[in-house]
Design a protein around this ligand. Sequence first.
Ligand code: PMP
Length: 382
Amino acid sequence: MAIPATVPLRNDLLDEEPYGAPQLDVPVCLNVNENPYEPSAAVIDSIVKRVRQIASTLNRYPDREHEQLRAALAEYLKKETGVDVPPSQVWAANGSNEIMLQLFQAFGGPGRTALSFAPTYSMYPEYARDTFTTWHMTSRKDDFTVDVDAGIAEIKRIQPSMVIITSPNNPTGTPIDVSDIERIVAACQHVSVADADESAHPIVVVDEAYAEFRRPGVTSAHTLLARYDNVAVSRTLSKAFAYAGARVGYIAASQGIIDALRIVRMPYHLSALTQVAALAALEHTDEQLSQVEHLRRTREDTAAWLAQQKYHGHELAVAPSDSNFILFGRFDNRHLVFEKLLQRGVLIREVGPDGYVRVCMGTDDEMNTFKRELTHVLHELD
Ligand code: PMP
C-alpha cells in the first residue's frame, strides 16, 4: 500500500500498514478469536425492539455517559466475578480496542513509556505509536508465563506510566495468577513515573478480553480494585459474549482513572444504537454465554488432539490456554502451514513467536474440518 507523497502523512507513519488479520471469504474462519455461535432469536428480538424504541430519538446525540449501559455492565461484572463495582467506576467504548486507545491517550504520550510482556497482543504497540508513547516489551518465560520478579525490576528501571498485563494472554492463552498481578501492582506503588507528578505511580491495566474462558480457579483482577487505585481491568463483549460485531468493550477502575478517560474520549463516542444493542445482549446474559462451557471443552479436546500430532517426527508444542484459542507449533515454515490450510478452506493466524500459529475454537463441525485438514497438511509436509 503506497500512500502518495502528495498526501502529508505523518513522517513516522510513512512505512506503516493498516492493522488487519485477513478478512477472507473461506468456509472455516478460525483466525480472529470470535465466538462462532450467533445470537439467539430472543436476543435478536430484544435488539430489534430496543432499536425501534429509540429510533425516533436518533436526531439527538446519545447519552454521553451511557449510564444505563454502565449499570448493566456493573451488574454483569458482579455476577461473573463476584466483585461489586459501582457503575460510576465502569466505562464502555467501541470495543476494548477503543478503551485501550483511550488509556494510552490519557496516560501515555510523549515522554511516557508503556510496558508489557512479550509475546502479547499486537495492537498495543500501535496505540503506543498513535499516541507518541514509547513502547517497551519485556520477555515472558519460555512457557509464556510472566517472570514477575524480572518484570518488577524492569518496571523500576523504566518507570513506565502504564503496565499492560494480558490475562489470559493473546496469542499464547496464558493466564497470570491474581496474586502475581497484585505483586506487580503493589510494586508499582513504589515506582514514580517519568514525566509525571512525583506522587504518581504507574497504572496497571489488566486486559481480560478472554477472561470468561478461564479454567475454574483462576481469579479475575477485579478483586484488586477495592484496594488499589492504580488498577484498571478491561473486558469486552466480543469474545465469550459472542458480540464482536456490536463493538462494545468496557473497563472497571478507580474513579480517577475513569474520569481521566472521560477527558480524552470523543464526544458521544458510543452511539445510541450501540448502547441499546449492548443492553439487549446483557439482558440475555445466560443465553449469550451459553456456549462458553462448550468452547472450553472444545479447547481442552483440541489441545489434547494437537499434542498427539507429529511434525517431522516430533510431537507438536501446544501452549496451555485459558482462552478460546490455542497457540501451537513449532514449524520450520509456519507460513506454509497457514497457506496450505487456507488452500483447504481453513483460515488460522500466523502470529506469536517464530514457528507458531494460532487457531480459534469454532463449532464442532468447524473443528472437525480443521483437524482433518491439518492432518493432511502435516502428512504433506512430512
Ligand atoms: N485485547 C485483546 C487481548 C484482544 O485479543 C482483543 C481482540 N482480539 C482485544 C483486546 C480487542 O477486542 P475488542 O475491541 O473486540 O473488544
